[in-house]
Design a protein around this ligand. Structure first.
Ligand code: BES
Ligand code: MN
Ligand code: MN
Length: 453
């Protein structure tokens, strides 16, 4: 197996680079054809790897790619999930090399999707190819790669409900998360949920001269800023009534366990070029970004933002706001709480609308399962170290749905780094991580098949 990887290293990389050249941006309809091209590419590579019946399943949005290899119906089945769509690459001018012209610098692949998630799900296709070309698959494998993860997996839920038999399996294996560092491998045991809303504040019925009317009527941008500022108190707590009602605090032992993960605050600050960190009082940075819920403005606009000055008092102002949720919070309830509160704090001089976007449930996976043990042993074999369990801050909403609809737990065996700049300009993925992932995945199959005996 190691030999197979050694011999085929360059080809594996070249294929990934070809995939990265396809701008499969799911959010932007001008890339619709490219998104499909990426799906076709994945389908062809699944077939080339030796999987059966690779198919594009149409949805009202982007297609879902599925293939499988059933070696023995009495053996356990691993369902691999990933996404071939990527986030928009904007702002383009901040990329050192173009986002869809993958470039290798300092042993890293720079491209949109390099880590999230093309580089990561492609490791699975190559690991499966390697297993099939050498010792054979120790379990059955099903692979489902979707094209709408970055826009909320709107059509995957329906697809899963309609294909429960086809997707039947014993564990879901996902590489779409991070490890602590290349020296300290880790396995995420949870993901946050998400509630995402867009708000619009409307004041006067038209843009006004800011001298003639300024001071006399509510300025929607001023009002929106005040409303947003009031959503946190001086301790960094979110002020929405009822927001924390269902949040359960971890006990001291659980917190102590999580605190064992190495973390260098000075390095963290240096990396982000910030003078200090900020967040909810009473919690560490790691806790703030994993086990605590948050509220953040993701975008805000209104008025004149072009070159030079235009003295105008705008008619409207808008913002996009994300809330990351932790276990027991649900996106529906939180969106409802938010809407009621946000509308209630608007002054009489403006009107407010709240439009919900996609959401997702938080997810936790047990650590006392054979699945987790198999993943842990796989890291030990490949990295020479036991992975540290961590709770992740990002969201993969479909994990909760897989559990609900298929009754299957997910193992989050990600190989990225937080510093890979996911969703940012100059996203990258280490060649080390790409190859180490291809090496680690077959160990998971080996241990999983053995433990399930
Ligand atoms: N792969 C990420 C999620 C992630 C990143 C989890 C790093 C853990 C560590 C995924 O592609 C993603 O970006 N999810 C979105 C949610 C979605 C509904 C748009 C997110 O977390 O913002
Ligand atoms: Mn992802
Ligand atoms: Mn993403």
């Amino acid at each position: 197996m190691t030999n197979y990887l050694e011999t085929n290293k360059q080809r594996f990389l070249d294929e990934l680079l070809d995939l990265l050249r396809i701008p499969s941006v799911s959010a932007d309809s001008k890339f619709k054809g490219d998104v499909r091209r990426a799906a076709e590419f994945v389908k062809d590579k699944l077939t080339a790897a030796g999987l059966d019946s690779a198919t594009l399943y149409e949805t009202p949005g982007h297609p879902i790619v599925y293939a499988e290899k059933i070696v023995d119906a009495s053996k356990p089945t691993v369902l691999v999930y990933g996404h071939y769509d990527v986030q928009p690459a904007d702002p383009y001018e901040l990329w050192k090399t173009p986002p869809f012209e993958p470039t290798i610098r300092n042993e890293r692949i720079y491209a949109r999707g390099a880590c999230d998630d093309k580089g990561q799900f492609y490791m699975h296709i190559k690991a499966i190819e390697a297993m099939m070309a050498t010792d054979g698959l120790p379990c059955n494998v099903k692979v489902m790669i979707e094209g709408e993860e970055e826009v909320g997996s709107d059509h995957l839920g329906e697809f899963v409900k309609e294909h429960k038999d086809m997707l039947k399996g014993d564990v879901i294996l996902i590489s779409d998360t991070s490890i602590i560092s290349n020296e300290t491998p880790s396995l995420e045991t949870g993901l946050r949920g998400l509630s995402y809303v867009e708000v619009k504040v409307t004041g006067p019925n038209r843009d006004l001269h800011s001298g003639v009317y300024g001071g006399g009527v509510a300025n929607p941008i001023n009002v929106l800023c005040q409303m947003i500022a009031s959503l946190h108190d001086e301790n960094g707590r979110i002020t929405l009534p009822g927001f924390y009602d269902k949040v359960t605090d971890l006990n001291d032992d659980e917190r102590a366990e999580l605190a064992k993960a190495p973390f260098d605050l000075e390095e963290y600050k240096r990396d982000l070029a910030v003078g200090d960190v900020m967040g909810e009082v009473g919690y560490s940075t790691n806790e703030r970004t994993s086990i605590r819920p948050t509220l953040d403005v993701n975008g805000i606009w209104g008025g004149y933002t072009g070159e030079g000055a235009k003295t105008v008092l705008p008619s409207t102002a808008s913002a996009k706001i994300s809330m990351r949720l932790v276990p027991n919070q649900t996106p529906d309830e939180i969106t409802e709480l938010f809407t009621t509160h946000f509308v209630s704090i608007a002054p009489a001089g403006v009107s407010v609308t709240v439009t919900p976007h996609h959401g997702g449930m938080p997810y936790v996976t047990p650590v006392d399962s054979v699945e987790f043990e198999a993943a842990s042993k796989a890291f030990e074999d490949a990295w020479g170290k036991k992975p540290i369990p961590t709770r992740g801050g990002g969201s993969i909403p479909i994990t909760a749905l897989f559990e609900k609809e298929l009754g299957i737990k997910s193992i989050l065996m990600g190989f990225g780094l937080d510093s890979d700049a996911l969703h940012s300009p100059n996203e990258s993925y280490g060649l080390f991580n790409f190859y180490k992932g291809i090496e680690t995945i077959p160990y998971f199959y080996k241990h999983y098949a053995a433990l399930k005996q």
